[in-house]
Design a protein around this ligand. Structure first.
Ligand SMILES: Cc1cc2nc3c(=O)[nH]c(=O)nc-3n(C[C@H](O)[C@H](O)[C@H](O)COP(=O)(O)O)c2cc1C
Length: 334
């Protein structure tokens, strides 16, 4: 699959943009474990044009992450065009527009999934971002529609293609669904069969195992698969999925030592990237999966949540090589 000139290889498996999750340290782990593309979390266009520290910091990445996309969101086309220029200055491989976020505080400002109930605004915004991006490819991530009465994804895809959008990612739920119910992959299949549509389609929603990914490719004909929640604390899902698709065999799960090692690597990168206080906090979402299935892992997770500094956490992680002893006690942190 290609996004403009960027070759992602056959059947790419990509890391979904996720707010407060897909920061540089986590993206790096996913990249090292086979993610075909990584995205920033969505970044506020208002923040970017004001060059707010928080937004600018989210633009940082390293060469090893490439192909790397910056995702932006906003409700005003002029501001989105300005933000695109700021994002392009960071030199990503492409820019992605978020037309799918269902959260009220985003939608309320005409951003994210709000554009699914105002296709005219989506069209103007996408057109202005494409113009502002110049030679940089622009892609879109969206949902099926605002609600069941407004599923017009095939039409939307053709409109975006005509504006020069290079790839469309579809989370196969409506805004009204939020994260409830099952992702409706049948709409992905219908989208892929839309006459005249030739840009690549990345399917997203409820891929939690390598088998799910293969099923999504087989059942819908999408060009790429995007994985979100199942990758949190589990960057191995990308290499496992690619291996399964090319051989039909499942790789063994990473052993405890490997999981603790990658968890520690991510923690170190997190503290380097965000500073100690925030770097430690950002890891909290990941411990659950990194330590899944470990005997007494719950106690270890509770302990990890208590610490505010990196070194005691690293010591704790390195003290377990095989399994956690029954007598393991949660440390009291002052
Ligand atoms: C914690 C969290 C944060 C998210 N943040 C974003 C975001 O910043 N941009 C975006 O396009 N989608 C965001 N999403 C949606 C995911 O990219 C993805 O579409 C959704 O989780 C469905 O995929 P999954 O079933 O593989 O998790 C977020 C999802 C989660 C769970």
């Amino acid at each position: 699959m290609q996004i403009a000139h960027i070759n992602l290889g056959e059947k790419p498996v990509v890391l979904a943009p996720m707010e407060d999750v897909t920061d540089h340290p986590f993206r790096l782990m996913c990249k090292r474990k086979g993610a075909s593309v990584v995205y920033t979390e969505f970044i506020s266009s208002e923040g970017l044009i004001r060059e707010a520290n928080k937004s600018m910091h989210k633009l940082t990445f390293v060469e090893e992450e490439r192909p790397f996309a910056i995702q932006i969101f906003g409700g005003d086309e002029e501001v989105m065009a300005g933000a695109t220029k700021v994002a392009v200055d960071a030199n990503p491989d492409f820019i992605d527009i978020n037309f799918g976020c269902p959260v009220y505080k985003v939608v309320n400002k005409n951003a994210g999934a709000a554009c699914l109930r105002d296709i005219g605004l989506m069209e103007r915004m996408a057109g202005m971002v494409v113009d502002a991006a110049g030679d940089y490819p622009v892609t879109v991530k969206t949902r099926l529609g605002w609600d069941d009465n407004s599923i017009r994804i095939n039409e939307v895809a053709l409109m975006l293609q005509s504006l020069g959008i290079k790839t469309l990612t579809v989370h196969a739920r409506t805004r009204a669904q939020g994260y409830k119910g099952e992702a409706r992959w049948e709409y992905l299949k219908a989208l892929k069969n839309t006459p005249g549509l030739h840009i690549p389609i990345i399917g997203n929603g409820d891929v939690t195992t390598p088998q799910d990914a293969k099923r999504m490719f087989d059942e819908t004909g999408v060009d790429g698969v995007m994985i979100g929640r199942a990758a949190i604390g589990n960057p191995w899902i990308f290499e496992q999925t690619k291996h399964f698709m090319s051989t039909g065999e499942l790789l063994p799960e990473p052993n405890l030592q490997e999981r603790l090692h990658i968890c520690a690597e991510q923690l170190k990168a997190s503290v380097e990237h965000h500073g100690e206080q925030y770097g430690v906090i950002m890891m909290k979402k990941h411990y659950g999966n990194y330590l899944k299935g470990i005997r007494n892992g719950k106690h270890l997770r509770i302990a990890l949540m208590e610490y505010k500094e990196m070194n005691p956490i690293l010591e704790l992680l390195s003290s377990f090589t095989d399994e956690i002893p029954d007598s393991f006690a949660v440390p009291v942190v002052g």
